[in-house]
Write a protein that binds this ligand. Structure first.
Ligand code: NDP
Length: 477
């Protein structure tokens, strides 16, 4: 039976075609509240887009644990045989919400696992490292990726000025400019938690961990030219590919793996294991298989479930912990803060963000509180209480984080080797991959002043003379 149209308050609407006017030719009557409501709603259809990662594509799925890492973690979702519902949102970083999908950029790889002990979010990228290692530089870095305040255009000069003054960015720049900087579809790229996190077990032992999600579809990339040709035909290639694959039953999968480092080993690595610009070499810290992530359900409503999806590294669960990684520490604040601004105080209560396990807290009131009392008892609106409200559970206490040091602004560039790891990546590329890397870098330097290019080449020279030579050749071609 056809459903009856109503106002948002549920009253039936008699006419949705003609506004209420004082005569056939107008003017309109103020009491046409249906018209007012429609126009007012339309004015509020857009919410602030994310400052970074505005353009995204997402789907729901499952994480199935096939391996056994129970000696490292008591996290329920990571125990052998466990299946957990999850949500993934992929994104580009710099472009606005209407940006074309096939642009060269780092891809966001944000995961929300609805575990039985609360939501665990892993808010990573398709790269294992990042451009900066000190979060104080994050707003500056993002300004270089966004629009120039006067021209309102993206500025290659700003990008290369910043990068050439920030050698810690070279590792990520090398990945961005390599084949992996433009995956064909979201299914054909790896995901990385990127930060060092920790796992802890029932004995109270802590291990440092890196999370990896290896594509089971195989890697596939486009060159800049191929990307441009696709954008000429469709700006929504990723949405089409991901949505289409899932609608057709071709569910994409990733192999979830971890690298584990003991607290003792972390004292001995020649690099800071909590530095976001560094990987842990596989030969030293081999990948351990954990499970399979599969995406198998498209959202019913893109806005409600993907645009309003709020991922935050602050969402961890018992058995998983943070690490001293400075960028991770800053993101614990800034992601939740971004969601409070974009979506409102109670963004965690929206259906896509709400945990699927029982939830009790004493946060009260606030704008758009539609869930009432969540304390477990009507008269318990403070804690401690003798009214039967929810109480803490010491059995999920995290082992102490061993920290020592003096509070100071430590120079993060002092004595840091920013060249060896990009060199290792350059070394493993074949000739074709290297030529495309050089060409992509040269392409991205169009219009950049000579002295900035020379400063950047000085760093590439330190990675490898061949790297700098290759870029120089491509610049002249
Ligand atoms: P390995 O040879 O064991 O691993 C190389 C890694 O590089 C693989 O994970 C591979 O991914 C990945 N890779 C291949 N091509 C690219 C590319 N163009 N951009 C980014 N990653 C790529 O060596 P190491 O562990 O000693 O690392 C050597 C270098 O490889 C590092 O300095 C780093 O730049 C890069 N790397 C290392 C990772 C790590 O966690 N150790 C993770 C990703 C990159 P796949 O297996 O999916 O093909």
């Amino acid at each position: 039976m056809t459903k009856r149209l109503t106002t948002t308050a549920g009253a039936p609407i008699a006419d949705n075609q003609n506004s209420l006017s004082a005569g056939e030719r107008g003017p309109l009557l103020m009491q046409d509240y249906q018209l007012l409501e429609k126009l007012a709603h339309q004015n509020r259809e857009r919410i602030p887009e994310r400052v970074v990662h505005a353009k995204g594509w997402g789907a729901f799925g499952t994480l199935t644990i096939t391996g056994d890492i129970s000696r490292y973690t008591c996290a329920k979702a990571l125990q052998p045989g466990t299946k957990t519902e999850m949500l993934a949102r992929f994104s580009t970083v710099a472009g606005e919400q209407g940006a074309a999908d096939h642009e060269r950029d780092v891809r966001g790889f944000a995961l929300k696992f609805y575990t039985e002990e609360g939501n665990w979010d892993l808010v990573g990228n398709n790269t294992p490292v990042f451009f900066i290692r000190d979060p104080l530089k994050f707003p500056d870095f993002i300004h270089t990726q966004k629009r120039h305040p006067k021209t309102n255009l993206r500025s290659p000069t700003a990008m290369w000025d910043f990068w050439s003054l920030s050698p810690e960015a070279l590792h990520q720049v090398t990945i961005l400019m390599s084949d992996r900087g433009l995956p064909q579809t979201p299914m054909q790229m790896n995901g990385y938690g990127s930060h060092t996190y920790s796992l802890w077990n029932e004995k109270g032992e802590r291990y440092w961990v890196k999370f990896h999600f290896k594509t089971m579809q195989g890697h596939a990339h486009y060159t800049n030219r191929e990307g441009e040709a696709i954008i000429g035909k469709t700006r929504e290639g990723y949405q089409e590919a991901l949505y289409g694959a899932i609608e057709n039953g071709n569910f994409p999968k990733w192999r979830m793996m971890v690298q584990i480092m003991s607290e003792q080993e972390a004292e001995k690595t020649p690099y800071n294991p909590f530095d976001l610009t560094k990987v842990w070499p596989h030969a030293d810290f081999p990948l351990i298989e954990v499970g399979i992530m599969e995406l198998n359900r498209n959202p019913e409503n893109y806005f409600a479930e993907i645009e309003q999806a709020a991922f935050s590294p602050s969402n961890i669960v018992p058995g998983i912990g943070f690490s001293p990684d400075k960028v991770l520490q800053a993101r614990i604040f800034s992601y939740a803060d971004a969601h409070r601004y974009r979506l409102g105080t109670h963004y965690e209560a929206l259906p896509v963000n709400a945990p699927k396990c029982p939830m009790h807290h004493y946060h009260k009131d606030g704008s758009m509180n539609f869930f009432g009392q969540k304390t477990g008892a009507d008269d318990a609106y403070y804690e401690p209480n003798s009214m039967g409200g929810a109480v803490e559970d010491p059995s999920v206490s995290e082992p102490p984080l061993k920290i020592s040091g003096d509070g100071a602004r430590y120079n993060h560039r002092d004595g840091n080797d920013d060249y060896s790891q990009p060199r290792a990546l350059h070394d493993l590329m074949d000739d074709g991959q290297r030529q495309r890397l050089y060409q992509n870098i040269a392409d991205s330097m169009g219009g950049v002043p000579e002295e900035i290019i020379e400063r950047a080449l000085g760093h590439f020279e330190k990675i490898s003379p061949d790297y700098a030579k290759g870029i120089r050749k491509a610049l002249k071609a």
